[in-house]
Design a protein. Structure first.
Length: 470
């Protein structure tokens, strides 16, 4: 198959789809992306970009509110205390949606510059070599394909007993239509999305109740990190209902009622549902073609993004491999490198860094504390609280830590957790260490700026050497 004559059709323009399109175009293929909602997908339009912009706005307000802790007091020009900072939700949401639209437009312009054809509509597989695009403007177009990539993403999970109405009962994709700050917001679900948005609205000034079915918030994360976040939530005034499973959400004249399985009722003005997502893989021809799906609806793929049908690949949240934009993008690139005969390495999740944008943030990479505790790796752990770091003291940071894991025997860094306001930036050197099998001595022997938060990473590595476990 000649690369220059290869036709690639991509269903979905999210990170997996548009990054795959760029690689395929670079390798000389003729590329068509069929996209329904706008390039960038949920990551750009309704999830990552908007939610992190909302979190950043809330963080700004929180920093302003806490400025007295570092000796700063706001006053007006006559010396009187300034009015409290107020969140103007229409302006905030307009800015967020503007940022998302601009990012989506930038992606489309980039694809078009590279010669990628973009069709607005929905693509369905007629066969492994033919896609039918149902165009948004009307009509259909048949698209012959040597290679097909399915990157259709996922959508918020909804329940029959808690149906969103877009006004008072909302999914995380609907919150940007709000015209006022919820007076009392009930967030159902304490995973990543629930925790991030609960704290964002708390920072914007809403009363927030977080309904968690588990013993603590962020049940899938490092237990020490989750405890820090839950402690911060409670200290800042959030009500956290642990071991409380939602049974139903109902709209009332005054707002909403969240009914719990144990019979309790929680009243609020709005409810935000963050109870997971489901892949968008139905009714696009996959089952008829014989593409293997899991019971959850996710597409089964191997480490080079192949499905069970030759010539059909898949990437992103529709595969359920790891719901991160960075992973979706790498899956898409890997698919095209493999399909078009370029050098390719199978996807490895071991050195994927992830971040939760609470305040403080939680960033992780590599093996976890749970892996160590359950015997999947023989490693030593060190944890340094940020409260002892000089730069943290200067910035008024009292919550957070650096935790490193090193393999016994070799001293290789195999994972880490950072809880800090800038954890998403600080995790990078730890990721480099994990990716390139650096030892704690190599990390400890590398210069850091003084004072800096990153100095705690080197200090943790030094203490792991001193632990004499090698």
């Amino acid at each position: 198959m000649s690369e220059r004559s290869t036709s690639v059709v991509i269903l979905g323009g999210g990170p997996g789809g548009y990054e795959a399109a760029l690689v395929a175009a670079q390798l000389g293929a003729r590329v068509t992306v069929v996209d329904r909602d706008g390039l960038g997908g949920a990551a750009v339009l309704t999830d990552c970009v908007p939610s992190k912009a909302l979190v950043a706005t809330a963080d700004y307000m929180s920093q302003t509110a806490q400025s007295a802790e570092v000796g700063i007091r706001a006053e007006d020009h006559e010396g009187d205390p300034a009015h409290a900072v107020v969140a103007e939700i229409p302006d905030i949401n307009a800015r967020i949606l503007g940022l998302a639209a601009a990012q989506s437009a930038d992606i489309q312009q980039r694809l078009e510059r590279e010669g990628v054809r973009v069709l607005r509509g929905v693509g369905r597989l007629v066969s492994a070599s033919l896609v039918r695009a149902e165009l948004a403007e009307g009509g259909t177009e048949e698209l012959p394909a040597d290679v097909v990539l399915v990157s259709t993403g996922a959508t918020p999970r909804v329940m029959d007993t808690a149906m969103p109405d877009g006004e008072r009962i909302l999914t995380w994709q609907q919150i940007y239509s709000l015209t006022e700050l919820p007076e009392k917001l009930i967030v159902v679900g304490s995973g990543v999305t629930g925790a991030e948005l609960a704290q964002a609205y708390l920072g914007l000034g809403a009363q927030v109740t977080l309904v968690s079915s588990r013993d603590h918030v962020l049940p899938g994360e490092d237990a020490d990190a989750a405890k820090v976040i839950e402690d911060v939530f409670r200290r800042r005034g959030m009500e956290v209902l642990s071991r409380s499973r939602m049974a139903a959400v109902e709209r009332t004249d005054a707002g909403v009622i969240v009914r719990l399985e144990d019979g309790r009722e929680v009243e609020g003005t709005h409810a935000l549902l963050a109870v997971g997502s489901i892949p968008q893989t139905r009714e696009i021809g996959l089952e008829e073609l014989g593409v293997q799906l899991r019971p959850s609806g996710h597409i089964e793929v191997d480490r080079v993004s192949r499905t069970s049908v030759r010539g059909v690949y898949a990437a992103g949240d529709c595969t359920g491999v790891l719901p991160l934009a960075s992973v979706a993008a790498m899956q898409g690139r890997t698919a095209m490198w493999h399909a078009l005969g370029d050098a390719v390495a199978p996807l490895s999740l071991h050195s994927v860094s992830a971040n939760i944008f609470t305040d403080p943030e939680i960033a992780t990479v590599g093996f976890s504390q749970k892996d160590i505790d359950e015997g999947r790796i023989d490693a030593t752990t060190i944890t340094l609280p940020l409260a002892t770091n000089a730069r943290a003291k200067m910035q008024g940071i009292t919550d957070g830590f650096v935790k490193l894991f090193a393999r016994k025997g070799s001293g290789a860094v195999v994972g880490g957790v950072i809880v800090a306001p800038s954890a998403s930036e600080l995790i990078f050197p730890v990721t480099l260490a994990v990716k390139h099998h650096l030892t704690v001595d190599q990390v400890a022997g590398t210069f850091t700026v003084y004072p800096s938060l990153s100095g705690s990473i080197a200090e943790a590595a030094r203490q792991l050497h001193d632990s004499e476990h090698w």
